[in-house]
Structures are given as C-alpha cells and as structure tokens.
Design a protein around this ligand. Structure first.
Ligand SMILES: Nc1nc2c(c(=O)[nH]1)N[C@H]1C(S)=C(S)[C@@H](COP(=O)(O)OP(=O)(O)OC[C@H]3O[C@@H](n4cnc5c(=O)[nH]c(N)nc54)[C@H](O)[C@@H]3O)O[C@H]1N2
Ligand SMILES: Nc1nc2c(c(=O)[nH]1)N[C@H]1C(S)=C(S)[C@@H](COP(=O)(O)OP(=O)(O)OC[C@H]3O[C@@H](n4cnc5c(=O)[nH]c(N)nc54)[C@H](O)[C@@H]3O)O[C@H]1N2
Ligand SMILES: [Mo]
Length: 772
C-alpha cells in the first residue's frame, strides 16, 4: 500500500529465502560490478574502481574503515563499489526533470526512486507557494540564503547540519562560518550514530575516539564484535578479521541476528576466497536480546573480579589499574555486592543468554593476552548506550587492555569522514580549548552557548525557535527519528537549504522556501584557481589522508563544498570580514595551514598529508597511556543494570540496514545475506514469537509504536518474515521504520535516538498508505 506512482518499484512483495551462512566471495564481486556498470558505464566505472582507496585516488565514501598499508591494486569491496557507482553515475537530474515533476509528485515517491534519478546538476529553487523547483543561478541562490540569515533576530535561529561525508577542509570552513555568524547550532549525523561512544569514551579514557590502529586488530588474541554487521556495513573489516584469525586470534560475535558476514568469509582479494570455502570468522556467537550488552559485560566483569578473588594476582592487571586508573574500588565493590542468584536472574532476563555461553566467553577472555572490542549501532542506539560502552571500557581496563599493542576500544564509525568532521569542530558542544584556539587564529570571540543537536534542532524548528535549516549533505528528514514530527518541524521553517549530490526526501519536504545546491562528491575532479585540489579525511582509527577525485563532473554547475561555503560566508559576513575566504576557496592548502594552527595533531599538515597513506593523529591513551579525563586517569565507572522489559504481546524492534543501502540511499531492493529479495517492507520475527502473536510467515501487518507520549505512530503494511532473531526482538529496515522512533526516546547523556529498541505491537494490515 504505497502512494507511489506505477513506475516506482513495489517494495512490499519480497521473495524470501533462507539466510546465508557465508559472505562476499564471487557473488559480491559480480554484484558490485553490476551496479557500477549500470550507473557509471564501463569506462567511467573502471576509472572509479581503479581509484578507490588507492594512495593517489579518492577515499571510498562507503564507510570509515581504514585502508591497509599494503593495498591490493583493485582493493575490492562490494558495498564500496555500490557507493562509488551511486556517486559516479552518468544519470542526471536536470531542470527539465524538475519541470516534469511537481514537488507534490516527488513527495509521493520512494527514497529509492528519488536516488535513482541521478546526480543533481543545477542549483534549484522552490519559491514560496510554488509547485515546482526552478533553476536559479549560484549568485542569486547564495544571496537568498545570506539575506534570510542576516535578517534573523538571533544567529541561534539557524541550524547548520552536517552529514559525515564532508571533507576536513569544508568542515573546518563550515563551522567557522557558523561560529563567525554567531551560533554553535552544528548538529550532525554523529548525534544519531556514535555520540554514545564519544560521550562514554571521553569520560572514561579522555578521548572520544577508538584507541586501536589496524595493526592492533591484526595482533589481537581476541576480538569481540558487538552490535555490528561488518559483512554489509564495513566489508573491508572482514579482511582484517581474517588476517587476525590467520595469526591465531579468536572472535566472539554478539548480536541478536546471526549475520552472515561474521560466519564464513570468502575474501575477494584472494583466490582461496573466491573459490574455496572461506574462513570461519566467529568462534562464539552470543545471540543476545536487544539492549542486553550492558548486562553481558557486567557479567563478564563480575566473573573476572570473582576469578581474581579465587586466585589473587592472576587475573587482573594490578600494575595498570594502580598506575593508570581511578574508581576501581567503587566499581568492584558495587559489582561484587549483588546477590549471586538475583544478579544472574537479571543477566538472563536482559541478555536472553544461558549462563554457560557467557562462561564460554569468559574462558576465551581469560585465555587472551590482548583484547579488542569493536562495536557500532547495536551498542550506541539504546537508552542505556552510554553506560553500556562505559562497561565495555571497565572490561578492558580490568586486564590492562588499553594503550598497548593488540588491545583497545574500537568504535567502528559509519560515514567516511564523520570522525574528521568532529575533529574539525562540527559539534554543538565544542570544547572551550577548541573555541579559544579558533578565536585566537581568526581574531574573534566565538559563541560559547551550547548549540542544538539533532533532536533539539527538531524541537526548536517545531517550536518556531529555529527558522532556517541549512544542511551540508545528508537526508535529515529521513534519517531523523519520528518522521512525522520531523517533517512537521521542517515544514515550519522559512527556508531550508541542502548542499547535496543526490535527490532525497529532504528536498521535497521543505520549509516555505527551499534551495538545492549541487555539490561535487568524493569521486569528482575538483579544479580551482590554485590548480587541481584534493581534500583530506580521517578514518575510524584516526588516520588522516588525502582524497583526490578522478572523474569529470557531470555538469559545470556543480561546485565543491569548500567553494560553496566560502562564497556563502562572504555574502553572509560581508566584504569587511577579514577571513580570506576567496584564498581558501582557490587553494585548499591555505585552509590546511589554518587547521594546523587550530587543531592539535596537525603539525606540518600539508607536507605530511602528501605522504602516501597520510599520518596518524596522536591519541594519548593509545600512544602513552595518558588519560586526559577529569581525573587525569582512566576512570572505572559504576553502571546501573538495565533490563528492557516489554509488555506481553509486544516486541522490541531494531531498525537496521539492508545489504543494498547506504543509510537513506537505497542502492537496490535486496538484502542478499538475509535471504530477502525485491522488497524492503519486511519485519523479521522469531518464529516462536510469531506463533504467540499469531503471525504466519508471509502475513502482512502494521507495526504500531508504543510510547507514552500520546502520539500515534504506525508503520503500515509489513510482510512478516520468520527469521532466527533473538526471542522477543524483531528487526526492520531504516528509514521505513523511523516513523516509529519517538523523538523523546533518546539515550541518557548522548541524546541519541533509541533506534535499536522501539516497543511495537502488531495490528492487522490497515491498508493505510505509506510514503517511504
Ligand atoms: N553498505 C553500507 N555501509 C555502511 C552504512 C550503510 O548503510 N550501508 N552505513 C554507515 C554508517 S553511517 C554506520 S553508523 C555504520 C553502521 O553499521 P552497523 O552498526 O553494522 O549497522 P546496522 O545495520 O544499524 O546494524 C546494527 C547491527 O547491530 C545488531 N544489533 C542491534 N541491536 C543490538 C543490540 O542491542 N546488541 C547487539 N549486540 N547487537 C545489536 C544488529 O542485529 C546489526 O547486526 O555503517 C556504515 N557503513
Ligand atoms: N531508525 C534509524 N535511524 C537512523 C539510523 C538507524 O540505524 N536507524 N542510523 C543513523 C545513523 S548511524 C546515521 S549516520 C544517520 C545518517 O544520516 P545522514 O548522513 O543525514 O543520511 P545519508 O542517508 O547518509 O545522506 C544521504 C544524502 O547525502 C547526500 N550526499 C552524499 N554524498 C555527499 C557529498 O559528498 N556531499 C554532499 N554535500 N552531499 C552528499 C546525498 O544527497 C544523499 O541523498 O542516520 C541515522 N538514522
Ligand atoms: Mo552512522
């Protein structure tokens, strides 16, 4: 039941087969190449593929996993290939396209259809009351934005959103523009993503980033992968896991779903991978209930403490704990105090795991000198995500697994430069030291008031406190929680502006007036007055390197993000503003000179980033076991247990990614590893739950959200798929189910929407229409 016109493919009648047990191999290669060919054609396609993640090419926009030092000449990754194909496509969205399609028509289309139309080639303007976007020239467009911004009563009535693809140079200029304009309203996709990791790690270790490099993964004895689906979302990570396994590492996976990627891996870079049976990656699979990870790590920690009591001096790293940490006594005392039976009853309820499985994990932990814990959205998007990640840190601190080779924390970032954007100052709560340095470099007093994150921005738009929404990339309307609330909020704006590469729903659910500004992407060649330019990015492990676009832009009207921001800044801040915006736009080396003076760790930036492979940013805990926290030490924390209880007849729903999507960009309608083809409106339910709820495989049902704020939330018409997910825990794709994620249901401390634990009930298919 969709309102979409006929030529928008149906997404509600999938073919369903058995989930796969192995990943990648030849099907991944052929599938990736099929996408590249269809979008970019053979010549442009080959040019892009040969330049992905090569030392002189561009950084893959597919994810933030780092590049290995020794690269394969065609470093192949299926989903990387799809990401570049999507961007390097020859298909173009032209002014004629917008003339043919009124906005009301585009608003009935699926996100998949919108994205498939191709690259946006011209600046487009939707005037107040207009039915269609019309072309506008750059000068006029930027003038319009400047006029609106300078007419506000307060700079805080505007927000400047960033998605995570923006390179360091553009990100640095963008935050400078916002702050010189006078606001810290710089929400970003990170608020919905790894904010919980940043919050927990900053408090406990002093740096909100991962503490391992790629070689640490290779050298670990034990790698725990919790709440992450690398086979789909970070395919190149499988190569690193395979390498670790070949040197004897063991792997524990923690997930409600038995993801194929961490089953058998057939490495596409090696003949044995393409043709053989592949390498089994996971040694122990803990099929946990949604949100059970805090209880799991608490249980491991308690057992470690008890083992130490039984054999003092053999389990914990007392040298490390004494020299480098604070809070151990309080932490250990609290955890050991709990009554054994009550403790395990609660662990059982929270995790759904048998005690024997957790004891198996403990045995592997005790047998391992060097441990890395990797995680992604399965840990960060719950109400108690920050305590969960703090408990992971406790776990690692107990045996000194931070700040030495083969050990540490590894939050695996999503967007290819989301970590770099934060380093460049895209943050609504910037550190005072950063603002001091920025102010000193550019001779101004930056605003100190904290700005709005994503959820607060939505509330501010809803309440009329923010009236201009500016987005550097992304798809705010579809990626944000509570789709209806977000759409209503955005519609209240006076002006919405999107700097974008591809068409998406945020372009058709707009403020009174709207602009789409076409940007060059990672793959596009960028020639400026100062010659051909490159940008820089920071991967998930704090490695900074250059990214140089290689393909000819589809249209001369597309501009680089740096150029767009610099031109806008001049208009907004006026001819007298003494930041040399024009110089920055002509030659990105001049921006890097300034980054070097404002952001620690970038000394000699222009020279070092030109070295093949780039350089590693300093990381005090990793480099010399220094912990720049409030106490000056790594902090153990006491985290209260959390059990997600669901009323009878309800399930916990997680909203996750299929194999054929990048966030809200839908590449295709298959989720190959999970056995789903030709459709996305599916809900995966454990057969025992389905039986209790009277849902047969193939039935259609509406998902109805339950949250006590009186708002009706319904995602209609999902095909029920019986699936081996943990009992009590269902799964369905994002962004179709964002309509169910309550705006006010967010994680403690980090304020991240709880996209992985939504309480739902099933109701008979209502026949209500759905848009996305
Ligand atoms: N191809 C592709 N690559 C991507 C992206 C993409 O959309 N497509 N997105 C990028 C971005 S921005 C990000 S943030 C990352 C996301 O990477 P992931 O975090 O891998 O993405 P999700 O699909 O949200 O998957 C969450 C995983 O955690 C599990 N999980 C859910 N809840 C829990 C829980 O409570 N406990 C445990 N232990 N596991 C749980 C789910 O079953 C699933 O396997 O990927 C990045 N890379
Ligand atoms: N329910 C639910 N919601 C979620 C999540 C979830 O797991 N469940 N995950 C959350 C996470 S982890 C994230 S990171 C967010 C993602 O939120 P966003 O980053 O806002 O969303 P994307 O879908 O990645 O944005 C895609 C759009 O970015 C634009 N784009 C792509 N490349 C470029 C570029 O190089 N430059 C510019 N200017 N534009 C570009 C294109 O127009 C494209 O349509 O969503 C979050 N929302
Ligand atoms: Mo993300």
């Amino acid at each position: 039941m969709s309102t979409a016109p006929e030529d928008d493919p149906r997404q509600d009648a999938p073919r369903v087969g058995a989930p796969k047990r192995s990943s990648v191999g030849l099907p991944a290669v052929t599938n990736g190449l099929r996408f590249v060919n269809a979008q970019a054609g053979p010549k442009r396609g080959l040019l892009t593929l040969l330049n992905v993640n090569q030392k002189k090419g561009f950084d893959c926009p597919g994810c933030a996993w780092p590049e290995p030092d020794h690269r394969h000449p065609a470093e192949f990754c299926e989903n990387g290939a799809k990401a570049v194909a999507e961007e390097a496509t020859r298909r173009a969205v032209t002014p004629e396209f917008f003339a043919r399609h009124p906005v009301a028509d585009l608003a009935r289309r699926s996100g998949y259809w919108l994205g498939q139309q191709g690259r946006i080639t011209r600046p487009m303007y939707l005037a107040e009351g207009a039915t269609h976007y019309a072309p506008i020239d750059w000068d006029e467009a930027l003038g319009l934005v400047a006029e609106e911004l300078t007419g506000l009563d307060s700079p805080d009535e505007a927000v400047f959103y960033t998605s995570g693809r923006t390179g360091n140079e553009a990100a640095f200029l963008y935050q400078l523009l916002a702050r010189r304009f006078g606001t810290n309203n710089l929400p970003d996709c990170s608020n919905m993503c790894h904010e919980s990791s940043g919050s927990a790690l900053t408090e406990t270790l002093g740096v909100g980033k991962g503490s391992v490099l790629l070689d640490d993964i290779h050298q670990a004895d034990l790698i725990i992968v919790a709440g992450q689906n690398p086979g789909t979302n970070h395919p190149r990570m499988l190569t690193a896991l395979e390498k670790a396994k070949r040197s004897g590492a063991r792997i524990i996976t923690v997930n409600p779903l038995p993801e194929a990627g961490t089953g058998r891996f057939k490495n596409p870079q090696a003949a044995r991978g393409l043709l053989g049976r592949g390498t089994r990656l996971s040694d122990l699979f803990l099929q946990i209930r949604l949100g059970g990870d805090l209880a799991l790590f608490s249980a491991l920690n308690r057992m470690l403490l008890q083992a130490e009591e039984g054999a003092p001096g053999t389990v914990l790293d007392h040298g490390f704990i004494d020299a480098h940490t604070r809070g151990f006594t309080d932490f250990a005392g609290t955890l050991l105090k709990a009554d054994e039976e009550a403790f395990w009853a609660e662990v059982g309820e929270a995790t759904g795991l048998e005690r024997e499985r957790i004891e198996e994990a403990l045995a592997m932990v005790l047998a391992s000198e060097r441990i890395v814990v990797c995680w992604a959205m399965g840990l960060t998007q719950h109400r108690h995500s920050v305590p969960t990640i703090r408990e992971v840190v406790n776990f690692l601190l107990l045996r000194g697994n931070v700040g030495r080779p083969g050990a540490g924390v590894c939050p695996v970032r999503g967007h290819s430069n989301v970590q770099g954007d934060r380093t460049m100052g895209i943050f609504e709560r910037p550190a005072p030291a950063f603002l001091d340095a920025l102010g000193a470099e550019f001779g101004f007093e930056p605003p100190r008031r904290h700005g709005h994150d994503v959820v607060r921005s939505i509330r501010a738009m809803r309440d009329g406190a923010v009236t201009v929404f500016f987005a550097m990339g992304g798809n705010f309307v579809s990626a944000s929680p509570d789709t209806r609330a977000t759409e209503d909020a955005v519609r209240r704006c006076r002006l919405t502006v999107h700097v974008s590469t591809k068409l998406n729903r945020s372009h058709v659910v707009t403020g009174a007036r709207a602009l789409i500004l076409p940007a060059l992407g990672r793959t596009d060649r960028d020639v400026r007055a100062g010659g051909e330019q490159f940008v820089t990015v920071e991967d998930s492990m704090g490695m900074v390197h250059a990214s140089r676009g290689r393909v000819a832009p589809l249209s001369e009207h597309m501009r680089s993000e740096v150029d767009i921001i610099a031109s806008l800044a001049r208009r907004v801040l006026g001819a007298d503003d003494d930041v040399p915006w024009e110089e920055f736009a002509a030659d990105y080396d001049r921006i890097r000179d300034r980054i070097e003076r404002v952001v620690p760790g970038f000394a000699d930036f222009n020279a070092r980033v030109r070295e093949p492979g780039g350089f590693a940013l300093p990381h005090a805990p990793r480099d010399d076991r220094r912990f720049p926290t409030a106490t000056g030490y790594a902090n153990f924390t006491v985290n209260e247990a959390a059990v997600l209880r669901v009323p009878p007849g309800r399930l916990l729903l997680q909203t996750l990614r299929s194999h054929d999507q990048f966030n809200t960009t839908i590449y295709g309608l298959d989720d190959r590893y999970r056995g789903i083809r030709d459709g996305r409106r599916v809900v995966l339910v454990n057969p025992a739950d389905a039986a209790e709820l009277g849902l047969a495989d193939g039935d259609y049902a509406d998902l109805v959200g339950e949250f006590d704020d009186g708002v009706r939330r319904r995602a209609p018409h999902f095909r029920v798929v019986h699936y081996p997910t943990a009992k009590g825990c269902a799964a369905a794709y994002y962004p179709e189910t964002n309509v169910l994620v309550p705006l006010d249901s967010t994680a403690e401390v980090s304020n991240t929407p709880t996209s992985k634990s939504v309480v739902v009930r099933f109701e008979p298919d209502s026949g209500e229409p759905s848009v996305i």
